[in-house]
Design a protein around this ligand. Structure first.
Ligand SMILES: [Zn+2]
Length: 302
């Protein structure tokens, strides 16, 4: 078997929206973003189909700690306490004590949170390896360079696999499902910062990567085009949200108008049944909220 292998969580019965990447490591295997715990049974079954029980997972490489990427971390460590977890220094405290993270997520998802994402268990501090960016990690025969890539989240890192020139970008490169010709921003609260995000994209571009690996979803090529599209749409969305804030409508109506405009954009590029996938993963209402917060913070930094 050759690595990396992509595991599709088939989240909510839908193919190609949430992925985990499997790498061969020294004395075991590494997972990039284990995904939410609600699809842990799928992850477990698909790993077993590759001949990999959880007891052979040695390493989790987290891009960031949002529930769709890192929700299963604590459950996996409980099952196999040998697992070492790599995470940015700003994310690590929230894995050790997820109280704040979960109450912030609960504001976004309400009472549906557990049903949507499943449990989020704390990770013992002894299992955590704190990253700042700039580290070089040895994973099997690979050397991964850690890039600090804030913008989507203040604690987001990406991993450059120097052997193949692939960057595991988490959500830093937005959404592009199964290499389709549509790149969508994904800008949920609370950390969105478009200037920092642009600097993160430049940092990745400076490595001239051969391909990207996106959690949503899979390997993506034509990186120059991809990043240009993402930047363009970031600012189109940001301006729409800023304009919406100037109007007299309330936030519910502002959000609804924004969602419709984004869907109209998507439908100009992809058939409706494929647009629905982007709507489902992207959480367009959350993206309005994240950008509204970005502008309101600029106006009133306190
Ligand atoms: Zn995500």
């Amino acid at each position: 078997m050759t690595f990396p292998q992509v595991i599709d969580h088939e989240y909510a019965g839908t193919k190609e929206i949430i992925a985990t990447l499997v790498l061969d490591a020294e004395g075991g295997y590494a997972l990039v973003d284990p995904g939410p715990s609600v699809t842990l049974p799928t992850l477990r079954a698909k790993l077993l189909a590759l001949g990999i029980p959880i007891s052979e997972i040695s390493t989790l490489l987290l891009t960031h700690i949002h529930l769709d990427h890192a929700g299963a971390t604590g459950s996996l460590v409980r099952e196999n306490p040998r697992i070492q977890v790599y995470v940015h220094e700003r994310g690590a405290p929230h894995l050790a004590d997820p109280t704040k993270l979960l109450s912030s997520a609960k504001r976004l998802y309400g009472d549906a949170m557990d049903r949507i994402w499943g449990e989020f268990l704390a990770v013992p501090e002894a299992n955590l390896h704190v990253l700042n960016g700039g580290e070089r990690l040895r994973v099997g025969t690979r050397t991964l360079e850690v890039l600090y890539t804030p913008g989507h989240a203040s604690h987001h890192v990406s991993y450059l696999d120097t052997s193949e020139g692939t960057v595991f970008v988490g959500d830093t490169a937005g959404l592009r499902l199964a290499n389709r010709p549509l790149v969508s921003p994904v800008t949920p609260p609370p950390d969105i910062d478009l200037e920092l995000w642009d600097a993160s994209l430049r940092q990745i571009e400076a490595r001239s990567p051969a391909q990207l690996f996106l959690t949503h979803f899979g390997f993506a090529d034509r990186i120059d085009w991809h990043f240009a599209e993402l930047r363009r749409r970031h600012w189109v969305w940001a301006e729409r949200v800023r304009d919406s804030l100037d109007g007299a409508a309330d936030d519910v109506d502002r959000m609804a108008g924004f969602v419709l405009s984004a869907i109209r954009d998507f439908r100009g590029i992809l058939p409706p049944e494929e647009c629905v996938l982007y709507e489902r993963v992207g959480g367009l209402e959350l993206s309005w909220q994240g950008l509204a917060r970005y502008w309101r913070k600029k106006e009133d930094p306190a």
